[in-house]
Design a binder for this molecule. Structure first.
Ligand SMILES: [Zn+2]
Length: 318
């Protein structure tokens, strides 16, 4: 049978579609948003690492409804995650998105920028200068490819949309009667971490400087620096803390995570001083961190965290 005109048209459309568009990955189902403070909402993504099942969506995108419009923090891992966030926002407010903050370079937090930009072409996207520099050096594209690989192509169609406004420690923005105060304390989870405080709501968005119920990768970070970042942010005396992954809570959230890093570092240091190598001390360190064994990723990350602590203790020793 000869192909009909419709079939031919479809073939032509397919052949000339921009790359990536024809095989865009499927939409992500709408997740519920929880109001964690007055007009502050968080979608708590599932725990775990990017997979075909979660379609790469596993962070905590947040939106703040101000008098002037919506401020978004970390719109997720893909164009699909950003589109889902916009749909969820619409259920609470018809106001436009007026600003986006990205907490750090890891793509599970910011690749959704693309969807926000598509809906709001002039929206400023704030990020740390080190994040912008890393993306310009190719790290953003590496994250696009990593996400597609880990999700079996579910994030396909995502393209790098980087922050266009560099912000750093001490910067402060006023949006619709609320202050968005930027905190950065040097190398912690990464070299590019921002924590965003809204003093009027006594709330802080911690990025991955703090996780709850999940153990992070710290391959790009510094354990002592991360401990210090936790200490500094708790000094704000805020009442509500939104981690990069896992449930929102009070000051116990950063406190509990800092304790994990503290115990890790102190225990590795103790056995390092006794002359043990990193792989010889794993059981003893695991025992000291028994309170965290149920956290997602504990078994996968423990060995890496011990090696990292060991390396950083060794470096501090010279
Ligand atoms: Zn991260």
């Amino acid at each position: 049978m000869k192909p009909g005109i419709t079939t031919l048209l479809l073939m032509v459309t397919f052949l000339f579609a921009p790359p990536g568009l024809a095989d865009k990955g499927p939409a992500i189902k709408d997740y519920p948003a929880v109001q964690v403070a007055d007009n502050v909402h968080v979608i708590h993504g599932p725990l775990g690492t990017p997979s075909p099942e979660n379609q790469g969506f596993m962070n905590n995108p947040a939106f703040v409804i101000t008098d002037d419009g919506i401020v978004v923090i970390d719109p997720g891992a893909s164009v699909q995650a950003g589109e889902m966030l916009l749909r969820v926002i619409k259920k609470s407010s018809d106001k436009p998105v007026i600003a986006v903050f990205n907490t750090h370079i890891h793509g599970d937090h910011w690749l959704g920028n693309q969807a926000i930009r598509a809906g709001y072409p002039d929206v400023p996207i704030y990020g740390h200068p080190n994040m912008i520099a890393l993306i310009e050096a190719g790290e953003g594209q590496a994250w696009v490819e990593r996400m597609e690989r880990l999700t079996d192509g579910k994030t396909a169609g995502t393209i790098v949309t980087r922050p266009d406004k560099a912000v750093d420690h001490g910067d402060s923005f006023s949006h619709g009667g609320l202050t968005f105060k930027v905190h950065h304390y040097g190398k912690a989870h990464t070299t590019s971490d921002l924590m965003i405080e809204i003093p009027e709501r006594s709330i802080v968005f911690l990025g991955d400087n703090v996780l709850n119920d999940r153990i992070p990768r710290i391959d790009d970070g510094d354990i002592q620096g991360n401990i210090e970042a936790c200490t500094h942010i708790m000094e704000t005396g805020s009442h509500v803390y939104v981690p990069g992954h896992g449930p929102t809570g009070d000051a116990a959230v950063p406190e509990t995570f800092r304790r994990y890093l503290d115990i890790l570092y102190v225990t590795v240091k103790q056995y390092y001083d006794e002359g043990l190598s990193d792989f010889e001390m794993k059981d003893q360190v695991a025992e000291q961190l028994a309170a965290y064994t149920a956290w997602s990723g504990f078994d996968e990350q423990l060995g890496r965290h011990i090696s990292l602590a060991y390396l950083q203790i060794e470096e501090a020793d010279f």
